[in-house]
Design a protein around this ligand. Structure first.
Ligand SMILES: Nc1ncnc2c1ncn2[C@@H]1O[C@H](COP(=O)(O)OP(=O)(O)OP(=O)(O)O)[C@@H](O)[C@H]1O
Ligand SMILES: O=C(O)C1=C[C@@H](O)[C@@H](O)[C@H](O)C1
Ligand SMILES: [Mg+2]
Length: 174
């Protein structure tokens, strides 16, 4: 089973922080988007363009059920917790689920020069805020631990996660 599961909105740093955490723990890093791209032979953007979002979400659920069984730190995609079947997989994994919480302003700033996220490309500011609020509920529902990422470097966030996970397991022992 994956040892740590990272969830959060696009640009919250799941991939970046996941790599750092995996390095600290000397474990493999698994990235759900990269997994889907490797198995489908297409970029996420191309999958959305050629086959649409529902097709992508089916691939994502399939990839999650396989990747969650592998050892390592798993960075999910920004929309992974939206489907209830995926939330059930996260909850039944027995591994801590970390929600990287990032404000909309910081997300926009981090992704302003990045055209690789098809959902963001097709949205105006109001739609972005609406999606952010809707998603927040799913992330909160799924999270064992919430870590704020605004104004913190990826390595600071990774260290904070390691401390929080220590506390999480200690609490489970008591
Ligand atoms: N704590 C941070 N401080 C500054 N920049 C960051 C931080 N975390 C991530 N970034 C930057 O934000 C961008 C998006 O990060 P990343 O790809 O890790 O997000 P993600 O949560 O994996 O997004 P997605 O859901 O689309 O996969 C990258 O350019 C990354 O370098
Ligand atoms: O938030 C989302 O719905 C997405 C986030 C990315 O990680 C990718 O999974 C894809 O671009 C969709
Ligand atoms: Mg990512």
């Amino acid at each position: 089973m994956a040892t740590i599961l990272l969830i959060g909105f696009m640009g919250s740093g799941k991939t970046t922080v996941g790599k750092q955490l995996a390095e600290y723990l000397h474990q493999p890093h698994l990235d759900l988007d990269a997994w889907i791209e490797a198995h489908s032979g297409q970029s996420i953007k191309q999958i959305f363009t050629d086959h649409g979002e529902t097709f992508f979400r089916d691939l994502e659920s399939e990839a999650l059920s396989a990747a969650i069984r592998q050892e390592g730190v798993l960075s999910t995609g920004g929309g992974t917790p939206v489907r209830s079947v995926n939330r059930k997989l996260l909850a039944s994994s027995g591994s801590p689920v970390i929600f990287l919480q990032t404000s909309p302003e910081v997300i926009v700033n981090r992704l302003k020069n990045d055209a690789s996220r098809p959902l963001l490309q097709s949205m105006d500011n109001d739609q972005f805020i609406e999606l952010y609020q809707k998603r927040k509920t799913y992330y909160q529902q799924s999270a064992d631990i919430i870590v704020d990422t605004d104004q913190k470097s990826p390595s600071e966030i990774a260290h904070e996660i390691l401390i929080q996970i220590g506390i999480y397991f200690l609490k489970r022992l008591c």
